[in-house]
Design a protein around this ligand. Structure first.
Ligand SMILES: C[S@@+](CC[C@H](N)C(=O)[O-])C[C@H]1O[C@@H](n2cnc3c(N)ncnc32)[C@H](O)[C@@H]1O
Length: 279
């Protein structure tokens, strides 16, 4: 095992500048121990002894290694039906309204989707509401900067105990397949739900995004807390552009748009629209 020294001032400064440039994630002095621990994981994988050597390695292999560096730095905590009020609002208000509007397709974006629990919760909520008849074609784009979490999301395999903590047994049976043998204790999201979700790598701080068209709902929850004010402002300008006129924006429970943008209309805590409801 490599002998790992402390993350010195100079290395910390250089890594945090690169991380900020590449992902918008702002790491102040209070995050030094966290950065050190997460970088250490990568040093061990590469069998590199010091942070300085890792910096040189990063410089020599920038295009490939920057992805791995960002993968170890991101915080990916998530859960099925996390912040349940958003899913209640979706099925109680937003989906009935979209159904009445005569729309044929519904496009939803889970921006900063982590390991997939959020986009699959959205898909399950839509399926529960619309049923198999699918009067509306619901497609969910799930994006994240971290390639490892995207691969886990695509696989759609989770610990049964985590799912059963938030979902009742009939719902689990309806939407998940039980693992057997070496997959005992795991559940896999069923294909008809997985096919509603498309995972893609996307850096939310890129100046523009490759998607065409607008979204009816954007979920961007527990992501902007890692960004500074300037980056947050830029992101919400882009979200404004990518949201349908009658679209909704859901942000995380500890986040607010106040002081960042006044382009959205407040509906209720952490729920916004692009324009006020006219009906
Ligand atoms: C704490 S998780 C939130 C997951 C989910 N939205 C939820 O609320 O449960 C934050 C996610 O944002 C992603 N992220 C951080 N910076 C990003 C960026 N610049 N572009 C895209 N995703 C980013 C991280 O990789 C991580 O998976």
């Amino acid at each position: 095992m490599p002998q790992l020294n402390e993350l010195d001032d100079n290395s910390f400064r250089r890594f945090r500048e690169i991380i900020y440039e590449e992902s918008g994630i702002k790491l102040n002095e209070s995050k030094r121990a966290l950065v050190q621990a997460r970088l250490m994981k990568r040093l061990r994988e590469l069998d590199i002894d010091t942070y300085r050597d890792y910096y040189d390695y990063l410089m020599d292999n920038y295009r490939d290694e920057i992805v791995n560096l960002i993968n170890v730095i991101t915080t990916n905590k998530t859960d099925f039906f996390r912040e349940p009020k958003h899913f209640e609002y979706m099925s109680g208000e937003a989906l009935p309204e979209f159904a009445r509007s005569g729309k044929r397709n519904l496009k939803i974006w889970s921006a900063g989707c982590s390991t997939g629990e959020e986009p699959y919760s959205i898909a399950i909520t839509a399926h529960r509401f619309f049923g198999d008849k699918k009067p509306l074609d619901v497609r969910i784009l799930a994006t994240d900067i971290d390639t490892q979490v995207l691969n886990r999301g695509k696989a759609g395999v989770y610990k049964a105990e985590d799912i059963l903590e938030v979902v009742d047994v009939p719902t689990a049976k309806r939407y998940f397949q039980k693992g057997t043998g070496e997959n005992e204790g795991l559940l896999r999201v069923k294909d008809f739900i997985r096919s509603m979700v498309h995972f893609r790598r996307l850096n939310l701080l890129d100046s523009s995004f490759p998607m065409k068209g607008v979204f009816d709902i954007i979920f961007c929850r527990n992501v902007i807390i890692y960004f500074d004010r300037e980056s947050q402002k830029r992101l919400f300008e882009n979200f404004h552009r990518y949201l349908a006129e009658d679209g909704y924006l859901f942000i995380g429970h500890s986040e607010t748009l106040s002081g960042i943008t006044d382009r959205f209309v407040f509906v209720r805590n952490t729920i916004y629209r692009k324009t006020p409801r006219t009906r």
